[in-house]
Design a protein around this ligand. Structure first.
Ligand SMILES: Nc1ncnc2c1ncn2[C@@H]1O[C@H](COP(=O)(O)OP(=O)(O)O)[C@@H](O)[C@H]1O
Ligand SMILES: [Mg+2]
Length: 354
């Protein structure tokens, strides 16, 4: 398995779309790294450049320190699994898994051993004799993953492989893929637009925005310390609340206030130059707590079984709160905004202030 380095990588398509911009990233050997971001942000382009399916306009890609930019996908020995089933329809699952090795003239006995061992890992041993159209979508994706495994690649590349599966199967496959990666100790680069997938499976997350690497790191670090409104809003099952406030200094510390709200929190030097300026205060739905002095009208309740979310309003403020045991019939409730869970962003740049 290989470590991947990208240095000042750019991709400009002939139609002038700048799909990947000055990308610098190190993917550690044996790590599960996920590229995540909204549709069109350049994830597939970047993955295809790693694979060698797309030429980069400038910059370098290295596998274990060796530049691979001039090498074909075959020479790079990468395996790629796509969103939709890419199996040959007129071949059995066994033949589909074996075909890459047959082309490399690997001895039949070795092919057989490798195919059966991968099939066992993926729980599809009983399906090896079936044709792709005789099995379910989830089983076909396993077949495609099996084909990737038998190649014993330097790097596994996945482009939204679970997108076409139903929610339950998706959840199961998330666990299985993670377990598989651990078992193979493989370098996995996984692409998804789904933040739940990204948060739950990865060692490292790479959040992309319009071709730019917005933030990279351990999933929970990104969740707790987003560097921008973009990352803060993108990660999280229910979006962070963003509230325009002015910062004021008092003898008790700082106050963030607007017409409807006033929140006191400890002084921090980073906010000094924002005193008297409008900033964006962020707080996640699970961090707004019952209590305090500020009364809100409860507009609606969304009950998801394990969690429920309230929409609450006060003047021009419209917020989402995760509620554990709030009675549905209550119309007015007080809420508090614990200082330790507040985020502050520069309103103009969208970047976190601290
Ligand atoms: N072959 C291509 N030619 C021109 N533009 C492309 C091509 N492929 C992708 N793009 C553009 O590049 C941008 C990034 O696309 P893509 O990498 O597919 O994003 P994602 O996978 O994150 O949805 C988009 O604006 C898309 O329209
Ligand atoms: Mg894509």
């Amino acid at each position: 398995m290989a470590r991947i380095e990208m240095e000042s990588l750019n991709k400009v398509y002939p139609n002038k779309v700048h799909a990947v911009k000055d990308f610098d990233l190190m993917v550690e050997n044996g790590s599960f790294t996920t590229l995540v971001g909204p549709s069109g942000c350049g994830k597939t382009t970047l993955l295809r450049m790693i694979a060698g399916l797309e030429r980069s306009t400038s910059g370098k890609i290295k596998f274990d320190g060796k530049e691979v930019s001039a090498l074909s996908p075959k020479q790079r020995n990468v395996s790629m699994v796509f969103q939709s089933n890419s199996l040959f329809p007129n071949k059995t699952i066994y033949e589909n898994m074996a075909i890459g090795l047959q082309m490399r003239k690997v001895p039949k006995r070795d092919i057989d051993r490798k195919v059966r061992s991968a099939a066992e890992m993926l729980n599809i041993s009983s399906l090896l004799g079936k044709m792709p159209n005789e099995i379910s979508g989830g089983e076909r994706q396993r077949g495609a993953i099996g084909r990737a495994i038998v190649k014993e690649p330097n790097v596994f590349l996945f482009d939204e492989p679970l997108s076409n599966l139903d929610a339950k199967l998706k959840a199961r496959m998330r666990h299985e893929l993670r377990a598989l990666q651990k078992q193979l100790k493989g370098t996995f680069v996984y692409v998804t637009h789904d933040q739940t997938e990204a948060m739950s499976m990865s060692d490292r997350l790479v959040v992309m925005n319009h071709g730019v690497l917005e933030q990279e790191g351990v999933p929970l670090d990104l969740y707790d310390h987003p560097v921008s409104i973009f990352v803060a809003g993108f990660l999280g099952g229910s979006e962070m609340n963003f509230i325009d406030c002015v910062i004021k200094r008092t003898d008790k510390g700082l106050i963030a206030y607007n017409d409807d709200l006033s929140v006191t929190f400890p002084y921090s030097p980073e906010l000094e130059k924002y005193i008297g300026v409008i900033v964006v205060m962020g707080i996640r739905p699970e961090h707004i707590k019952l209590g305090g002095e500020t009364a809100f009208e409860v507009i609606s309740t969304e009950n998801l079984g394990s969690d429920s979310y309230l929409r609450i309003r006060r003047g021009a403020l419209d917020l989402t709160v995760k509620a554990s045991d709030v009675c549905n019939s209550v119309l007015v409730l007080n809420f508090a905004f614990p200082p330790e869970h507040l985020h502050f962003f520069d309103k103009i740049t969208g970047k976190a202030i601290y």
